[in-house]
Design a protein around this ligand. Structure first.
Ligand SMILES: C[S@@+](CC[C@H](N)C(=O)[O-])C[C@H]1O[C@@H](n2cnc3c(N)ncnc32)[C@H](O)[C@@H]1O
Length: 314
């Protein structure tokens, strides 16, 4: 029996036995593959279960005897749920089970959108414009699952504006050819906007989400800008340590500052001495002391209702 699990996280695969001991759930049997969109979830599953996991922007080809899909309004956007259902329909598993977390009414509404016209292939990608002063207008493509799908993030734009203004207004102390690390790149908003103004810059982009990586690669090709795009949840490879002039990060803040710390730790490793670290946050009060642990000097630059925190690596 070949089973594909879609939308499941490590914690969903546990059952508790006597004395609260955790073990891999009994309903998981046979040849099971767990699909994840984010490499963090793949690593978490592989660390805690003896289940194969894969991280990719699209579902792996079958044939599948069973596909089980876990979703709900609190787990993923309605558009991503539909996109996944469309992919599952295309794979034609012998059996399909939906574990819907939410109201019956929402479940029926979601399924009706597919049942009404199951063979219709919808394109869920979106295109939207963004630019910084002095740069071209770029038409970004994003996918469901990417951060800020269908719209520009004002925090990311503020970050790109501050970095491009800094890099064009003052001569950089190191070299005329700069290397920028855009961590948590999403579809590449910050890095590509900076490159639209600072032409002599090479880009490395990192994101833990496979659809962000897919979108960033597509945008690089569409903008005719080269970029090395890496799927990772723990920063750049060690070979890149100490090689960057500039670090840009717009980390997610849903887990307090745990992920921001992964970003700052990477920035500290990746930057050359004298390199510049820029992060962005709505309100600097929480992030500032965290950033000061990695870089003792933090300048706060206010823009578009956000705070860009700038540090220089000693
Ligand atoms: C707030 S979004 C910023 C996206 C883009 N830079 C922008 O400004 O629009 C944060 C991004 O960080 C990514 N991310 C979260 N944890 C990560 C990690 N440990 N390593 C790399 N990227 C991560 C998310 O997938 C998401 O794309």
């Amino acid at each position: 029996m070949k089973t594909l699990l879609v939308g499941y996280k490590a914690a969903d695969l546990f059952e508790r036995g006597k004395h609260g001991k955790k073990f891999t759930a009994k309903w998981i049997d046979g040849d099971v593959l767990c699909h994840t969109l984010d490499i963090y979830h793949r690593h978490a599953i592989e660390k805690t279960h003896h289940i194969r996991a894969v991280c990719s922007p699209h579902l792996p080809e079958g044939p599948w005897d069973l596909i089980k899909f876990k979703t709900g309004p609190k787990l993923m956007s309605g558009e991503l749920s539909l996109d996944m259902l469309q992919e599952i329909h295309r794979l034609k598993p012998a059996k399909f089970e939906l574990e819907f977390v939410g109201k019956e009414r929402d479940r029926n509404e979601l399924l009706s959108k597919i049942r009404d016209d199951p063979d219709r292939v919808r394109d869920f990608s979106a295109k939207w414009p963004a630019s910084v002063p002095g740069g071209d207008k770029l038409m970004f493509t994003s996918y469901p699952g990417c951060f800020c799908h269908r719209r520009l993030d004002e925090g990311g734009l503020a970050l790109a504006e501050v970095i491009s203004r800094d890099l064009t207004s003052s001569p950089f102390p190191h070299s005329s050819f700069l290397k920028l690390l855009d961590m948590g790149c999403g579809c590449g908003l910050v890095g590509f906007l900076v490159k639209s103004v600072v032409k002599d810059i090479s880009l490395v982009m990192v994101d833990s989400h496979s659809r962000a990586v897919e979108a960033a690669n597509l945008n690089a090709a569409n903008f005719n800008m080269s970029a090395e795009v890496i799927l990772a949840d723990n920063g750049t490879p060690a070979r890149m340590d100490g090689t960057f002039d500039v670090f840009a990060g717009n980390p997610p803040y849903y887990s307090d500052y745990r992920i921001a710390e992964v970003f700052l730790e990477t920035a500290k490793r990746a930057l050359k001495p004298g390199g510049l670290c820029y992060t962005v946050v709505k309100n600097d009060a929480g992030l500032r002391p965290v950033q000061e642990r990695y870089f003792p000097n933090v300048e706060v630059i206010r823009r578009r209702g956000y705070c860009v925190l700038k540090s220089v690596k000693a």
